[in-house]
Design a protein around this ligand. Structure first.
Ligand code: SF4
Length: 500
């Protein structure tokens, strides 16, 4: 039997830094992986120079997506989950002006040790004081050509004392996932050995497990997660993800001004939020939720609140803030906005158990798309980002609303069906237009898809989820590269930056 990839909910939902999962978080992680490679080669203090070549989509939209910044942060050994956001710009400014980078191996070594891949230990000096000259203007090279393996390719070269080199190509395949060509094969071997108790490749298999066990989708997911970590670890991890999502909504709703990058896009969540919340006072995100619950909500306000939450997250993302990649950075607003809708509009008694349930279902639906199609805009356009996030949110909301597993999958199918063919054409290569508004649209569609599925008999559905996933993948392959995160078609060329 073909081995089934075991994708954890924590692979699908990752805490990271904006603006792009494939162009920012992926390259950041690639920089960290290269540090691990240097450690494995015992070359950490012998490095005298590092250069990085960027190819394809990473090169064509890399500057707008802060790929160069992410590479420098990765090579500096910074953790994208915890590194203080307000220290990124000063550190990048320092690297550019002093033309040097300090290779800090602390995180890379602890990850290798944690995975049982090394028994090495290094002194504090060896870990974090090795400085090399590095000028991003010449040491990061943007090529217009593509590497064969994947549109998001990058090649790292380290020159060592004595003239030897350490080299590696990495591919950012969407959602912050980074692979090497060789390791992709190796990874498959590991995955073949690490079966979940409920291995799932397709929606039909998920439904069969639910029918055979009487478990909900979220309960199947938890059973699988238990093969990797304890319940306490699962809950702590999910709570941390939700805290980051909530914080990104809170920060976005309370920050005014113009987004960076040169398009002069005004932040909009601030004004919409101000008009909705009125004079109600609160001092933190928890009190904020109570305050929102006390506001009057009719249909228009509900639309505005959901849109506002989604806009807020993606404005934070566009300003290189901390968000949860869900399943990508460009689509990071959909899943938090729909959860927040449930908490502040639909169920005022909602608690962390509901959040955990929601995130687990969302993660499972995202993994079905990753296995059967793609979550990379460079391979599938925006249907792979906003379409997938909307499907994830629709299915997850449906379970919270009491839907059956079949209705959960039906909601996910409806949400994707109406995103099929959606292209990726960000103006100026920035994750701003059309990206930010698209999250609001994806969130609203998710809620609508949920309601339609709750009112429907899934046995009468004409389009099963697996068919829509297959259709999405076929559409992705038919789509020209102009619409796959290259900013060479659509809005990206119809609208000039000078118009903005
Ligand atoms: S258009 Fe869609 S896929 Fe492309 S960068 Fe924006 S959100 Fe991502």
């Amino acid at each position: 039997m073909k081995p089934i990839e075991s994708i954890s909910v924590f692979d699908m939902l990752k805490i990271g830094v904006g603006p792009s999962s494939s162009h920012t978080l992926g390259p950041w992680r690639a920089g960290l992986q290269f540090l691990k490679l240097l450690l494995n080669n015992k070359a950490e203090t012998k490095v005298v120079k590092i250069s990085v070549d960027l190819y394809g989509s990473l090169s064509l939209t890399g500057k707008g997506h802060a790929t160069d910044i992410a590479l420098m942060m990765g090579l500096s050994g910074a953790d994208p989950v915890t590194y203080p956001i307000d220290q990124i710009t000063p550190e990048i400014t320092r690297i550019k002006s002093e033309k040097n980078i300090i290779l800090d191996y602390s995180l890379a070594l602890s990850e290798l040790q944690g995975a049982g891949l090394t028994k090495r230990s290094l002194s504090p000096e060896e870990l974090s004081t090795h400085q090399i000259t590095f000028d991003p203007a010449t040491d990061i090279v943007f090529h217009r050509s593509f590497l064969d393996f994947h549109p998001n390719g990058m090649h790292f070269t380290a020159s060592l004392e004595g003239g030897k080199t350490v080299e590696q190509s990495y591919y950012s395949i969407g959602g912050g996932f980074v692979v090497t060509q060789e390791r992709k094969r190796g990874k498959r071997k590991i995955e073949a050995l690490s079966h979940f108790p409920y291995p799932i490749q397709k929606g039909t298999e998920l439904l069969d497990y639910c029918a055979a066990t009487g478990l909900k989708v979220s309960e199947i997911v938890r059973a699988n997660e238990r093969s990797l970590r304890t319940d306490q670890e699962i809950n702590d991890g999910l709570d941390q993800i939700w805290a980051t999502m909530l914080d990104s909504m809170y920060v976005g709703c309370h920050t005014e001004g113009v987004l960076p990058g040169g398009l002069n896009v005004a932040r909009r969540a601030y004004d919409t939020h101000k008009s909705l919340i009125g004079e109600t006072s609160y001092s933190d995100p928890v009190e904020w939720i109570k305050a929102i619950r006390s506001t009057e909500v009719k249909f228009r306000q509900i639309l505005k609140w959901v849109s506002c939450f989604a806009l807020a997250v993606n404005e934070v993302n566009a300003s290189l803030g901390r968000i949860v990649t869900a399943p990508t950075n460009g689509s990071a607003g959909v899943i938090p906005a729909v959860m927040m809708y449930y908490i502040v509009i639909e169920n005022h008694d909602a608690n962390l158990d509901d959040v955990r349930q929601y995130l687990m279902v969302a993660g499972e639906i995202g993994s079905l798309f990753k296995k059967g199609a793609t979550i990379s805009a460079a391979l599938g356009g925006c249907q792979a980002e906003i379409g997938v996030s909307s499907a994830m949110a629709a299915g997850a909301l449906t379970e919270l609303m009491g839907g059956t597993p079949a209705q959960v999958l039906m909601a996910a199918e409806i949400a994707m069906e109406h995103h099929l063919g959606l292209t990726c054409d960000p103006i100026g290569g920035l994750v701003q237009i059309p990206c930010i508004e698209r999250n609001a649209m994806g969130a609203i569609k998710a809620i609508n898809a949920c309601e339609m599925a709750l009112d429907a008999d899934p046995t009468k559905a004409k389009v099963p989820l697996d068919k829509v996933i297959a259709t999405m993948w076929e559409t992705a392959q038919d789509m020209t590269s102009k619409y796959k995160e290259t900013s060479t078609g659509g809005l990206a060329i119809q609208v000039n930056i000078s118009d903005c």
